[in-house]
Design a protein around this ligand. Structure first.
Ligand SMILES: C[S@@+](CC[C@H](N)C(=O)[O-])C[C@H]1O[C@@H](n2cnc3c(N)ncnc32)[C@H](O)[C@@H]1O
Length: 434
């Protein structure tokens, strides 16, 4: 497994990134982390200025430096709480960069392999534009809601698609409604959420939109029970491919996919596309995590490479999952320990591998496009401490590119806003064969 996934590591930057960043190259990414002792030795060797006393001093320095570094390695097994410094020392900055995808990045196959139109350059330009917008958000502390990465993703996708109507399921205090509004200032929103966001206004910041139909409070109806043809007529929408639906309601994504398809919707964004072994609902990423997909499927064998790598990573990333957490009885690694969770984990059904496999075949049969938002920047820049880069695609701003990070305005944001990345995904669906 490891050999296979290591070969997937990303290489150089794309042309677009280099073009955009030509005046802001930062060499810290490629610079090796030589110990001070090694650097001093190299200096004296180069200048030819060596004498026996200096050689002895250098040897002592090298030995001390070696023991100081290896102490970090030895301490790894005894670190119980997260320690960013130890993590950075253990992996090194270069290590952080090449870590992305080291344990595989499963994805859902679409019917014809269609990809999105936007490029990394578009994402970088979008970031530059979005940071000042994000700084004006009304809800500064959106704990339990979206952080920066997904706010950017939702804004970017919406602005690119320019839908005629936006529907969101799961609004909480209204931050995602506000993000949709920033992307499309004059377009109607339909917001479905049990508790009306205005209720949160009594306690603090919340956002209530003036051009929005709320199915909330006493008017709440679940997405799957709404008569969409009547609602679409009422909103003057005849072309459902011009509607964007955003799900952040922690319901099974398989269930939502079927409901959306039945109603005729085609463009969907899922906020919490949880990784295998994590989360409170069955996600597309979980469904598509299959052995036949590169980077997919898992080994529950406790002496496997995967188990060893996972147990180390668990000590450094809060959301990393080790093999004990990944695998349920009978080596059931799919979903969450062989379970299909739904509705904030209020329902939790065991499923067999063959059911899980059938689910992935079904999803593939209706998918026209699958695009996971990459994290906005590497953890040496954002100081995020939660998601494990080994299970994520390479970030838009790679580790070591501090000047670019700074130029985009990202260094002005508090580190805590980067802690909510869970592989937001944009999909297009249809039941058409071709
Ligand atoms: C994680 S929060 C949404 C956060 C919000 N999108 C944001 O970014 O700030 C999940 C929301 O889903 C709502 N919810 C629960 N069950 C739901 C359902 N069946 N349909 C729609 N929303 C639901 C919860 O009340 C909660 O407000």
């Amino acid at each position: 497994m490891l050999a296979r996934v290591l070969s997937m590591r990303r290489g150089a930057h794309t042309e677009e990134e280099d073009e955009l960043d030509e005046h802001s190259q930062d060499d810290s990414k490629t610079r090796k982390h030589l110990s001070i002792a090694t650097r001093i030795t190299n200096y004296f060797t180069r200048t030819g200025y060596l004498c026996p006393t200096i050689i002895t001093a250098i040897i002592i320095l090298i030995i001390t430096s070696y023991f100081l570094q290896s102490r970090d390695l030895l301490c790894v097994s005894s670190i119980s709480s997260f320690d960013r410094l130890s993590r950075t020392r253990f992996f090194g900055l270069d290590g952080l960069d090449s870590d992305f995808g080291a344990l595989g990045v499963p994805w859902c196959r679409s019917k014809h392999g269609k990809t999105v139109e936007w490029t990394t350059k578009d994402l970088l330009q979008g970031l530059e534009e979005f940071v000042p917008i994000y700084e004006t958000r009304p809800i500064k502390n959106n704990m339990y809601g979206m952080g920066f990465d997904h706010s950017f993703g939702l804004w970017f996708i919406t602005r690119w698609l320019k839908p005629d109507l936006m529907i969101e399921s799961g609004a909480f205090k209204g931050h995602s409604t506000w993000v949709l509004r920033q992307a499309m200032p004059n377009t109607r929103i339909i917001s479905i959420t049990p508790r009306h966001p205005e209720k949160y206004l009594k306690k603090g910041a919340a956002y209530v939109d003036g051009n929005c139909t709320y199915f909330a409070g006493k008017d709440f109806v679940d997405f799957g029970s709404i008569d969409w043809s009547t609602v679409m007529k009422k909103h003057g929408v005849s072309d459902l491919s011009r509607v964007l639906i955003f799900f952040d309601d922690h319901q099974s994504e398989l269930k939502r996919l079927k409901q959306a398809l039945k109603a005729g919707f085609t463009n969907l964004v899922f906020e919490d596309n949880y990784d295998t072994g994590t989360g409170d609902h069955y996600s597309l990423r979980q469904i598509c995590d299959q052995f036949y997909i590169q980077g997919g499927g898992h080994s529950c064998f406790e002496d496997s490479d995967e188990a060893r790598v996972r147990s180390v990573r668990k000590k450094f990333w809060e959301k990393a999952v080790d093999t004990q957490e990944l695998c349920g009885p009978g080596e059931s690694w799919w979903g969450v320990r062989g379970y299909m969770r739904d509705d904030f984990n209020h329902t939790n059904k065991p499923i067999s591998y063959s059911q899980h496999f059938q689910n992935s075949r079904y999803v593939e049969s209706i998918l026209d496009l699958y695009w996971e938002l990459p994290p906005v920047a590497g953890p040496s820049l954002t100081h995020q401490t939660r998601y494990d880069p080994a299970r994520a695609p390479s970030p838009i701003v790679e580790d070591g590119r501090f000047r670019l990070f700074q130029r985009l305005g990202l260094s002005r944001l508090e580190p805590s806003v980067f802690n909510g990345y869970t592989q937001m995904v944009y999909v297009q669906i249809s039941d058409k064969e071709s």
